[in-house]
Design a protein around this ligand. Structure first.
Ligand SMILES: Cc1ncc(COP(=O)(O)O)c(C=O)c1O
Length: 429
């Protein structure tokens, strides 16, 4: 059918019902749980909503003149090659820069141990895809990165969450779980962890626990997948060695990171550092998905790194984010009920807050968006086993201090209204 304006359209009255394919979905597609952040992103684009839900770095802070200068250099020097396919493992010069960035954080890797990926998200998907068959056990912090949830469900992983406290993953609890599994003749395939400025937990794993985790994983022969997008987004305190560094080349850690938080998520470039055997499998996995990461994005980063010191940009970001973090912590003290608790992040982008048990944050979110024009990520999005119902993730990197203060005020108002409702209906307040 033609609508008379040139574009052919389907005739809706005679189109067959697409639901006839519903029972043909693969088992792995049937169980996929959406990343709550992605769902929320479309809702929170409404201008009247203050969104503390996203995990967005503030890309406005990237200097205009540097953006134009770098693109112009890419366009004049690398037009044809940046419009071309590239090697699956990524451009060599970028892999060399990645090794320099890792070295500045104390981790030693060689360019042939690096695979450039389409953001840190693809790095997670390739690592999980390389190791996890349906029913395999993955250990993850509880809460874990909400964006990893669809990856874990797609691969039908059985996830065991290990509680997170102010010093990161509880190694005692991990050891108990490993002992229990061992007594059943089972073993996790891998431990997925975010040691620095956890998303969404807002905490950092202590040095002691890093040593314990690397030693325990080595002793039990379990691979660690270390996800480190936030190591450089540090406002205070000393940098701690990565698990990859502590493993000292023993091949027990696959390290993932990304340019998304230090430069731009829009370029969609991240990376994996791993032993050759594992990297080869992940490279094959990537070939099957997208052949290679955007050459244009890689060229932009190379040209940027040739001309500028990324640490200066990150230094500027950290000053801005730390003031926003302070604004959020102050607002939480003023607006949240006395029984609520929250993390005090020393870097990263997020605060994790937990409300009294009579408040469900998914219900609160519906009310907060509808009546108070404010959004956050409900804690359940960071678990695969139904935990997190009273918690929420709040982002402080992408809103001004005024908006953060107002946004937390609005959530406080939504909490008050829900608490009053609970009281009226005799709930357990
Ligand atoms: C812990 C963690 N891992 C991975 C990612 C994904 O990174 P990217 O945006 O580079 O795909 C994020 C993004 O928020 C994250 O917080």
């Amino acid at each position: 059918m033609n609508d008379g304006q040139g574009a052919p359209t389907a005739d809706r009255t005679t189109a067959r019902d697409p639901s006839r394919f519903e029972d043909r979905f693969a088992a792995r597609a049937t169980g996929i749980k959406s990343s709550a952040m992605r769902d929320l992103m479309s809702l929170t684009e409404r201008p009247e909503i203050i969104s503390l839900a996203g995990g967005l770095p503030d890309t406005d802070c990237f200097p205009d003149e540097i953006f134009c200068e770098v693109w112009e250099a890419v366009a004049t020097k690398y037009k044809a090659s940046s419009l071309q396919y590239g090697p699956t493992e990524g451009l060599l010069e970028l892999r060399q820069y990645i090794c320099e960035i890792m070295r500045s954080e104390g981790a030693i890797a060689q360019p042939d141990e690096i695979l450039v990926t389409a953001g840190g998200q693809q790095a997670i998907a390739l690592a999980i895809g390389a190791f996890i068959d349906p029913g395999d056990i993955v250990i993850a912090e509880g809460p874990t990165y909400p964006g990893a949830v669809p990856t874990l469900t797609t691969n039908q992983a059985q996830v065991i969450h290990i509680p997170l406290d102010a010093n990161g993953m509880s190694i005692d609890s991990l050891e108990e779980h490993l002992d229990r599994l061992d007594s059943q003749g089972r073993q996790p395939k891998l431990i997925y962890t975010i040691p620095n400025f956890h998303n969404p937990g807002g905490v950092t794993m202590s040095l002691e626990r890093r040593h314990q985790l690397v030693a325990l994983a080595a002793e039990r022969d379990i691979l660690i997948v270390e996800d480190n997008p936030y190591g450089a987004i540090r406002f205070e305190g000393d940098a701690l060695p990565s698990l990859y560094e502590l493993d000292a080349g023993a091949g027990g850690v696959v390290y993932l990171s990304t340019f998304s938080k230090i430069l731009s998520p829009g370029v969609r470039i991240g990376w994996v550092a791993a032993p050759a055997l594992i990297l080869r499998k992940m490279n094959l996995g990537k070939q099957a998905i997208d052949l290679c990461s955007s050459t244009l994005g890689q060229r932009f980063i190379i040209e940027y790194l040739r001309r500028h010191d990324w640490r200066q940009h990150v230094g500027r970001l950290n000053i801005i984010y730390s003031s926003r973090r302070d604004a959020m912590l102050a607002a939480l003290s003023n607006e949240f009920p006395a029984e609520a608790t929250w993390s005090h992040p020393r870097g990263g982008l997020f605060v994790w807050a937990t409300l009294p048990e009579y408040l469900q944050t998914s219900e609160l979110l519906a009310r907060a968006i509808d009546r108070h024009q404010v959004a956050f990520v409900p804690g359940g999005a960071a678990f695969l086993d139904g935990q997190g119902q009273h918690s929420m993730r709040l982002n402080f990197s992408s809103s001004s201090e005024e908006k953060i203060t107002e946004g937390v005020h609005r959530i406080g108002a939504a909490i008050e209204a829900m608490t009053a409702l609970q009281r009226a209906f005799g709930g357990g307040v």
